[in-house]
Design a protein around this ligand. Structure first.
Ligand SMILES: CC(=O)CC(=O)SCCNC(=O)CCNC(=O)[C@H](O)C(C)(C)COP(=O)(O)OP(=O)(O)OC[C@H]1O[C@@H](n2cnc3c(N)ncnc32)[C@H](O)[C@@H]1OP(=O)(O)O
Ligand SMILES: NC(=O)C1=CN([C@@H]2O[C@H](COP(=O)(O)OP(=O)(O)OC[C@H]3O[C@@H](n4cnc5c(N)ncnc54)[C@H](OP(=O)(O)O)[C@@H]3O)[C@@H](O)[C@H]2O)C=CC1
Length: 286
């Protein structure tokens, strides 16, 4: 089985851009597919911004930044991913959007061995795999945000994922990308989000009920429990739309009240207050 050097990424928001940066820095050939012409410039800007942060942190030189950026092409036509060996989907946390994208990819990917990797935070992989004619090659490869800073990747195989797909995906993320891997069974939220999301929702409920302000909750967890950031700042970093969608997927699976998205969270999403990516959530961002 040949080494996977041709990477495709669909979606270039918070996560797609981070995955693109990681792959480009690893010396891989990357094509990023976005949905419209208007998305091209922001997509390139996000990948560049990750590389520039690396430059500021001196984890990369200027020349390495330029070489890495030159390895990434941005396209609007999914068909340009036809020759890829591994394709990551990083489109929004919506089952219907992901099913459309995976179904379309299934039709255009030439290579019978191609791996279709979903970065979903919560949707059971088997439901995504069934949108394709190759469920044995579909796997959850769940990166964490910010991708350059966090070493973990959760790998989630469905009941139909081939052992070989698991092994190839693991050697890809642990090899060129240098990530550490935990394996999860295929249930909503996997390991990390099944634990993290109820915590974030509890913090939202504290604010919603008027019990404590967002900055008080966050200071409590940073100074009292040594978390790198408080839960409301973290929810803003993830994206409140994504937090709400993960909560809904968890609730759909387990029907536990602790997973229900609080009305305040839903109203903020409906109002476009999605957190850092839109400039306002529980906090404001310049
Ligand atoms: C929702 C899901 O499905 C799964 C998830 O991802 S859940 C979310 C998981 N993520 C977390 O829990 C993050 C918790 N927070 C942290 O680990 C840290 O606060 C942090 C890594 C985000 C930043 O830590 P820090 O370096 O001490 O802070 P700081 O120096 O202020 O970071 C500044 C910036 O560098 C970025 N950054 C941090 N480390 C970086 C690195 N090694 N390379 C590139 N960028 C980096 C940060 O994103 C931040 O971005 P902005 O410039 O846009 O503000
Ligand atoms: N945010 C986080 O902390 C984490 C998120 N995840 C998961 O990663 C996935 C992506 O999340 P995230 O990056 O945060 O979301 P974002 O909202 O930041 O980005 C999603 C991107 O997908 C693009 N998009 C939408 N539809 C399509 C399409 N049909 N084809 C190509 N691109 C499309 C959107 O841009 P445009 O429409 O302009 O093209 C947008 O930029 C989700 O499944 C999420 O749950 C996983 C780990 C952490």
């Amino acid at each position: 089985m040949s080494e996977m050097r041709k990477v495709g990424i669909v979606g270039c928001g918070v996560m797609g851009s981070g995955i693109a940066e990681a792959c480009a820095r690893a010396g891989l050939d990357v094509i990023v597919a976005v949905s419209t012409e208007a998305s091209l410039a922001p997509a390139r800007r996000r990948v560049t911004a990750w590389l520039d942060r690396g430059l500021r942190r001196a984890t990369i030189t200027e020349a390495e930044r330029d070489t890495a950026l030159a390895r990434v092409s941005f396209v609007t036509d999914l068909a340009e991913l036809g020759d890829r060996q591994i394709v990551f989907e990083a489109v929004p946390e919506s089952e219907s959007i992901k099913l459309d994208v995976l179904g379309a990819l299934d039709k255009i990917l030439d290579n019978p061995d191609v791996i279709l990797a979903s970065n979903t935070s919560s949707i059971p992989i088997i439901r995504l795999a069934r949108a394709t004619s190759r469920p044995a090659q579909v796997i959850g490869v769940h990166f964490f945000n910010p991708v350059p800073a966090l070493p973990l990747v959760e790998l989630i195989g469905s009941l139909l994922t081939a052992d070989e797909t698991y092994a190839r995906a693991e050697s890809f993320v642990a090899g060129p990308l240098g990530k550490q891997v935990i394996r999860s069974q295929d249930r909503a939220g996997f390991v990390v989000n099944a634990l993290l999301i109820p915590f974030l929702l509890s913090a939202v409920r504290m604010v919603e009920s008027g019990f404590a302000r967002a900055d008080v909750v966050d200071r409590g967890m940073v100074l009292g429990c040594s978390h790198p950031m408080g839960p409301l700042k973290l929810a803003d970093l993830i994206g409140l739309d994504t937090v709400a969608s993960i909560a809904e997927a968890l609730y759909e699976e387990f029907k536990e009240p602790l997973y229900t998205p609080p009305p305040l969270l839903l109203r903020m999403v409906e109002g476009g207050l999605l957190g850092k990516k839109t400039g306002r959530g529980f906090y404001e961002y310049a």
